[in-house]
Design a protein around this ligand. Structure first.
Ligand code: ADP
Length: 411
């Protein structure tokens, strides 16, 4: 059986494929794809410039239309006389196996869909009909209706839930980042204004006090900007797997030395526990160092003063290495655990800010772990403490063992 596609249909399909490959906006690509599917079906239905000798009759064309629709993963239906004549697997999974033969408005059961499908003139294929809540409460779909041969219609439901969530995340992120920057900026501007006043600015003690607050607020902004830049750099590289051999034991020892050199009340509480041979991993040294500083920094901040912060490194089965940081602090209530790696999510915002936190530390850790094809695990018992573990894949060839600086073995 042969069915030739009209040149116009081929053009539309080519445009759809080009749009998908050239990174056109998802809606444009989806529109192209729907137009492409409809064009194939119109051509198969005999309305294109079919080869004169082509034997494909209406029944054969129907078979082919069904086969094309079945080959598409997203929900697609062919409607004839207002009823569903054919529904692919995606449509049957979403709307129920019973929909074939049903009135399309009852099958989709959405006011916006029913309204557009009840119009005297069918919707234009370029019209975006947004449907919320089909299949799941938060689900977002776009419905497109394209005319087919024989007064039939092709209905295509495009899942926009993921891109909608991503867009919301982006908008929330910009709003949160602006808010986080605005607070210290407002404080700095306020103090600059006060210092500009001869009375307040003339007094040396007041000036010194105000300048100290301004310095603290400026440093807070700097930490925030540094973390935002780290996050965007890590995200930009997320599809490029790191490939430099990294000896984690040496990296832990270096991090420990930096923490000791920086001083600070909690530096002396950090213990290192290495178990067995130092496993080699393919990693990004700078990012793994940042990960360690963030985790140990949190354990020092949120752990009880004077209690140990323990960094452990051990093999986990044949192919993984487990790096964990434990503290003896108040712990985290279970309802917070799934959200801790969200940007700007804090259990107690005022405490985090007072301790110099940006709310981005664990989000950075999560992205670094993802880039290293690893796994992040947070375990916490309220009143006892928290352990954050990172599982990373080990490279097959172990690195030769190196000196580990002032590492204490077997804590
Ligand atoms: P922050 O800069 O606020 O520390 P993070 O992203 O590093 O931001 O952590 C997010 C939140 O998770 C923190 O504000 C804190 O509430 C909680 N948290 C992180 N690590 C620990 C820990 N070791 N113990 C208790 N709470 C923690």
């Amino acid at each position: 059986m042969t069915a030739r596609l009209a040149p116009a249909a081929l053009l539309v399909i080519a445009a759809a494929i080009a749009a998908a490959y050239l990174g056109a906006p998802p809606i444009a690509a989806a529109l192209g794809a729907v137009a492409g599917i409809a064009a194939i079906l119109v051509a198969l239905g005999g309305h294109g410039e079919a080869e004169p000798s082509a034997p494909a009759g209406p029944a054969a064309a129907d078979d082919l239309s069904g086969a094309v629709v079945d080959a598409i993963a997203e929900p697609v239906m062919i409607v004839a006389g207002g009823r569903i004549a054919h529904a692919n697997q995606g449509a049957r999974t979403l709307l129920g196996a019973h929909i074939v033969g049903e009135d399309v408005r009852l099958a989709i059961r959405h006011p916006a869909a029913a309204e557009s499908l009840s119009r005297a003139t069918p919707p234009d294929p370029s019209e975006i009909i947004a449907l919320t809540g089909i299949g799941a409460r938060d689900a977002r779909w776009v419905m497109r209706v394209s005319p087919l041969a024989g007064a039939r219609q092709l209905i295509h439901l495009i899942d926009r839930t993921g891109s909608h969530a991503a867009e919301k995340m982006r908008v929330d992120f910009v709003a949160n980042a602006s808010h986080e920057l605005r607070t210290p900026l407002a404080a700095i501007l306020g103090f600059v204004e006060t210092l500009g006043d001869d009375k307040a600015g003339g007094d040396a003690t007041t000036r010194k006090r105000f300048l100290k607050v301004m310095q603290d607020e400026a440093q807070r902004m700097q930490r925030l900007v540094d973390d935002l830049m780290s996050l965007s750099r890590i995200e930009a590289e997320k599809h490029r797997a790191p490939d430099t051999p990294v000896d984690l034991a040496t990296l832990i020892a270096e991090t420990h030395n930096v923490i000791l050199a920086n001083g600070g009340a909690r530096a002396k509480d950090v213990r290192i526990a290495l178990q067995g041979e130092s496993p080699a991993i393919a990693g990004d040294r700078a990012q793994l160092s940042q990960l360690l500083h963030n985790l140990v920094g949190n354990a020092m901040k949120y752990g009880q003063a004077g209690t140990p912060v323990t960094v452990r490194l051990a093999r986990d089965g044949e192919s993984m290495v487990r790096l964990s940081v434990s503290d003896e602090g108040e712990g985290i209530a279970p309802e917070h655990l799934p959200r801790l790696t969200e940007r700007f999510y804090r259990v107690e915002a005022s405490r985090s800010r007072a301790l110099g936190g940006t709310g981005l530390g664990l989000a950075i850790v999560k992205h670094i772990v993802e880039r290293h094809r690893g796994r992040l695990d947070i375990a916490s018992v309220q009143g006892q403490g928290t352990t954050i573990s990172i599982l990373l894949p080990v490279t097959p060839e172990p690195l030769s063992s190196k000196s580990h600086g002032n590492v204490t073995q077997g804590v």
